[in-house]
Design a protein around this ligand. Sequence first.
Ligand code: NAD
Length: 431
Amino acid sequence: MNISVVGSGYVGLVTGACFAELGNNVICVDNDRAKIKKLRAGIMPIYEPGLAELVKRNVKQLRLSFTTDIKAAIKASETIFIAVGTPPKDNGEADLTAVEHVAKEIALSMRSYKLIVEKSTVPVNTGEWVEHTVRTFSKRGVKFDVASNPEFLREGTAIEDFMNPDRIVLGVKSKKAAECLSALYRPLNAPIVVTDIKSAEIIKHAANSFLAMKISFINAISNVCDALNADVVEVARGIGLDKRIGDKFLNAGLGFGGFCFPKDLSAFIRISEKAGYDFGLLREVEKINDGQKMALMKKIESIIWNLRGKTVSVLGLSFKPDTDDLRYAPALDIVEMLIRHGVKVKVYDPISMVKARLILKKSVQFCKDAYDAVKKSDCLVIATEWSEFKELDLKKVKKLMYQAVIVDGRNIYDPAAVRKLGFTYVGMGRK
Ligand code: NAD
């Protein structure tokens, strides 16, 4: 198939590269000239394991190309995926300006049938707006379909997730759209849920809200464990073995971040509100998530007393391991709070230091590795559970630190083992 993917970010680039790998001709479009220039030069604008090789292979085999020329891309493709950003507005609603802009561009350029597919996470009814926009701006008589195909990939394992999805959701209005998209995804051998567009749009928000709720649930349990001297890891194991609950997303810690959960949750709360339903449960999920960062700050204070003038090392900045994505990363909130309290902050992240420098500028000390970061520090905070932090030589860490204190915001260490080495250790809901 001839496909265009508009928006070459975490989702668009992976989607485009994977469709090419499945044998399709794919044009990845972006209005960021610098990004397209990099991609054409074989440089990845994001860190995602396996992506560089996948892109290189498909470019070489002439199945994958990059352009800023959306008109040419639309002319050359029958199926067009919209994968642009849908960031939150100040009131929590999704900003759909980019989606509308692309819909209009498609309308103005199309001369033959197009299947226009929402890949971005969008509020329910966006499909109708896209259809309205395309109809308003297109030449009379040009046929088109709009469909919704939400994406469930996770950064850090995006290619694996795209190629082996638990399910594929197709929101469609016509048989033609259903057949075209089903054929496109057939090689993946995954269950396909074919439904109407509104239901597909809600599926994505409902799925992310449920997962966020699961994280906040275990974080609430961790707070109870902290208060009663019980261990949340034991509790999570005990409940997670129940198949109705499942053991995934039961890791207590600093809470969720990234470009999906926080914004999708607030968007879904706003969508429900507008529809006349007060989704109080999800507001509480947000509140618990925010509270985790304050809880961590209190833990630090409870061990090292006054914060002003102290040195704290923060290991991990990205919102989760194996990505360089710093959007809504809890680690950055912690860094900001520490700075506000007069703390000298030293940071290290295995992948996202370049991006972090652009955000944190000169407010912190950037370190070359974890050992450099803990030197002369009063407290070590684990903010992202990168594997390399689990492998640290803690004896060496202890020697380098000024005070041997670990506040483990991701529960990566065994409390007893770390304490045995002479550290004062607190985790999130750990005994
Ligand atoms: P991103 O910011 O990495 O990528 C968006 C890209 O769109 C950028 O490269 C930007 O330059 C480009 N763009 C914006 N306006 C454009 C326009 N008018 N024309 C052409 N290109 C334009 O964002 P992302 O993380 O890839 O997310 C994209 C969408 O997918 C969002 O709706 C997000 O919620 C959803 N999503 C993200 C993930 C994830 O893990 N990141 C997972 C599932 C769904």
